[in-house]
Design a protein around this ligand. Structure first.
Ligand code: ASP
Length: 327
């Protein structure tokens, strides 16, 4: 039998409420990984399953420290006899942790993130089946080499493309435009496509020796925008700014002047988009003249992660732009 380790970080999948009808107002991360595994003993039919508590947080409070700890631990476990990892997580920032691990785990062995929208104590809680299916996906030879995967609600998505699309429903994780990778059909993981961008064993990024990550902030563009937040970022000497622009990463003329000052101060500026679909491509000549980079089709929150990792390697703008085309 394969060895699968479940690394628990908290979230609603480990949430507890006094009332079985409550789907809000519960405490995230209240149930330990051992109790979660005991509640779904069927996971042991597919692998030798062991649990490890990394932290017990609501994922809205996710930190760079937890990411570094998780990536380091997974890389360490994969040098031993662990064949696959399941990470239990809150849904709010799950896609960010998944993408961070997609770029920093150096193995083709499966890493699967799962979660729940309803607390473990709720009627029709989704966590138990999600956990069981995540173990099935982690134990499947078909999952090897596919990068970090997100398995919830009988669907399998790629870390790079998946996003939380609904604040409430259990069918919240989708890969808009590019689509899911596969399903867990009646207990069997089946894949139909793969994500083609560089990941895991083919990634140039590493957490080895890192104790913190570069500081990259997201600034959200809007009608009536001004230089306020960009100037605050310059004063705080951040390392990078993701500008979540309108349309094709369009930058408000008032913010643009401030962003040009940011670049002159050595801050890397990447244009992303608040639209949610499509690719940000070179547009205005002034963006090129101001040395703003293009964030490809990454969401602002994922562009932030790629820029953080890029800045651990280089401040060369040509090289960072190359990374946005490859990951
Ligand atoms: N706020 C919770 C979390 O992200 C939501 C959830 O898990 O569904 O930890």
């Amino acid at each position: 039998m394969l060895n699968i380790r479940i690394l628990a970080t908290g979230g609603t999948i480990a949430g507890r409420s006094e009332f079985s009808t409550a789907t809000t107002g519960y405490k995230s991360g209240a149930i330990s990984i051992d109790d979660l595994i005991d509640a779904v003993p069927q996971v042991k039919n597919f692998a030798n399953v062991t649990g490890e508590q990394i932290c017990s947080i609501d994922s809205k409070d996710m930190t760079d420290d937890v990411w570094l700890k998780l990536a380091t631990r997974i890389n360490q476990l994969f040098t031993g006899d662990v064949d696959g990892i399941v990470v239990t997580h809150g849904t709010d920032t799950l896609e960010e942790t998944a993408y961070f691990l997609n770029l920093t785990v150096h193995s083709s062995k499966p890493v699967i993130l799962t979660a729940a929208m309803r607390p473990a104590t709720a009627i029709s809680a989704d966590g138990a089946m999600n956990l069981l299916n995540a173990v099935r996906v982690a134990a499947s030879p078909a999952s090897v080499g596919k990068g970090v995967l997100v398995a919830l609600n009988d669907e399998i998505n790629a870390a790079r493309e998946v996003t939380k699309t609904n604040t409430i429903t259990v069918s919240t994780f989708k890969s808009p435009e590019l689509g899911l990778l596969g399903y867990v059909n009646a207990g069997t993981p089946e894949f139909y496509r793969t994500s083609t961008r560089r990941h895991t064993s083919n990634s140039e990024f590493s957490v080895d020796g890192l104790t913190k990550l570069p500081r990259v902030k997201i600034i959200y563009g809007h009608a009536g925008d001004d230089e306020l937040f960009v100037d605050a970022a310059i004063n705080a000497a951040v390392d990078g700014i993701i500008y979540a622009g309108t349309g094709n990463g369009s930058v408000h003329v008032n913010a643009e002047k401030a962003l040009a000052r940011a670049v002159a101060n050595g801050i890397v500026v990447v244009r992303s988009s608040r639209v949610g679909n499509g690719t940000v491509i070179p547009a205005e000549q002034s963006y090129i003249d101001n040395h703003f980079l293009d964030g490809d089709n990454l969401s602002p929150q994922k562009a932030r992660i790629l820029l953080q990792l890029a800045l651990t390697k280089t401040v060369n703008l040509t090289d960072i732009q190359r990374m946005f085309k490859q990951y």
